[in-house]
Design a protein around this ligand. Sequence first.
Ligand code: URA
Ligand code: SF4
Length: 207
Amino acid sequence: QPGADQWVPPHAAVDDLRRAAEDCRGCELWRDATQVVFSRGPAGAAIMLVGEQPGDREDLEGEPFIGPAGQILVEAITAADLAEDDVYMTNAVKHFRFERRGKRRIHDKPAVGHIVACHPWLEAEVAAVTPEVLVALGATAARSVLGRTVKIGEVRGRVLEPPAGFASPVVVTAHPSSILRVRDSADRESAFNALVEDLRLAADLIA
Ligand code: URA
Ligand code: SF4
């Protein structure tokens, strides 16, 4: 796996990165995906949210966080008294990884090799956006941002030191799709509230 490096233009603004990412062949995920899904939100945002990878809807429409998990995330952003314009949203991996079952496409989580291959895009985004805080949504995002594997339950709800190569502190929280999987409605509500609390923690760090 060559990784994305050779496709990432140096010192580029977000719009140039987005355009360049269409040509990325840094891992094999581009082959089966419909298109690259880059980011959403203002390049001047103080908070950068990092998700896992685009889902089925995102892959078809080319926009991150527009499916069910994205809806939960936007609700949580609002509940944390943030505006959508306060956040730049992106993913650790920019192409949808899935398994075909008949006509259905089933989400398949990215392997560490995909996370590593796609990391140069995230680095370039952080350099372009210079967020005051990075929020990693779930284990894949945390792996990419921190460069090591962590358990969400062990690191969430704290402000972590800037990892190697980044200048911003990090807050790790659960992925919004994990909330969708909670069956019991009271448990789902507390999972949602925990996400909101973590977003507030990040919001408190911005000037
Ligand atoms: N949609 C995204 O764009 N990213 C995720 O991590 C999940 C859903
Ligand atoms: Fe490039 Fe990332 Fe897509 Fe792989 S997933 S082809 S590294 S943009």
